[in-house]
Design a protein around this ligand. Structure first.
Ligand code: IPE
Ligand code: IPE
Ligand code: MG
Length: 245
């Protein structure tokens, strides 16, 4: 991999982030720049998902969480929402076999209730068929919103307290984490957002408390293995202090 000035960048394989979360942004602008409809950008972005999944797996990343559809994305035109809801099915139809061969475990974060049957069916099938795999955990954040996730957790905790199964003192960070969609996963070490936007857009607000943030100008369909490794290279040169010295 080469840096800005053409120098060789080498990754330290002993310091690979265990969990990487990505806000895959810029599909619409990528398409617009080419005079194409926005959905063409989403289609092109699907190829990047495949490339980055392999790139992560190749260097031993344990978990990759991809923000595919937010609880706010329902505001988009009906046709675009429908297209986005069809993508998991299409992606898994072409990729599931290879994901199984790669020992990848597919999971989903988000509220399943509002998703169309065909979307949920595809995701559940992939989850079921890969549940015993022990390699990379590939999480799709679909109809995911961090505030929605936290409210869900708080309601579950309130219910436990009401039923007398939990004391108020038992409302700890651990208790909260037990009820988040990410239960069992470590917090992301690194968050990447593509397309030049510098915000979190309601993504993993709890889990990103101490993550390193990396913003790339590249639109998601143009993001690739090299850009991904550049982000990890920068991560490896950060000093994570967690409030200490
Ligand atoms: C990211 O690309 C994909 C989703 C949010 C589903 P966008 O569709 O947000 O692309 P831009 O930001 O409009 O370019
Ligand atoms: C965030 O991107 C959601 C996903 C990538 C799925 P958006 O494009 O929806 O975010 P905003 O609207 O620019 O904040
Ligand atoms: Mg966007």
């Amino acid at each position: 991999m080469q840096g800005k000035d053409g120098e060789q960048l080498t990754l330290d394989l002993d310091n690979i982030p265990k969990h990487i979360a990505i806000i895959m942004d810029g599909n619409g602008r990528w398409a617009k720049k080419r005079g194409l409809p926005r959905v063409a950008g989403h289609r092109a972005g699907m190829k990047t998902v495949k490339e980055i999944t392999r790139a992560a797996d190749d260097i031993g990343v344990k978990a990759l969480t991809l923000y595919a559809f937010s609880t706010e994305n329902w505001k988009r035109p009906k046709d675009e929402v429908e297209y986005l809801m069809r993508l998991p099915q299409e992606y898994l139809l072409t990729e599931l076999k290879e994901l199984i061969e790669q020992n990848v475990q597919v999971r989903m974060l988000g509220n399943k209730d509002q998703l169309p049957d065909y979307t949920i069916k595809a995701v559940l099938e992939a989850q079921e068929k890969t549940k015993n795999n022990t390699g990379l955990i590939l999480n799709f954040a679909l109809n995911y919103g961090s505030r929605d996730e936290m409210l869900h957790a708080i309601r579950c905790i309130a219910d436990e307290v009401k039923k007398g199964n939990l004391d108020v003192e038992g409302i700890t960070e651990k208790a909260m984490e037990r009820h988040l969609f990410t239960v069992g996963l470590p917090d992301p070490d690194l968050l990447i957002r593509t397309s030049g936007e510098v915000r979190l857009s309601n993504f993993m607000l709890w889990q990103l408390a101490y993550s390193e943030l990396y913003f790339s100008e590249v639109y998601w369909p143009d993001f690739n293995r090299d850009e991904f490794y550049k982000a990890i290279y920068e991560y490896q040169h950060r000093n994570r202090r967690y409030g200490g010295v």
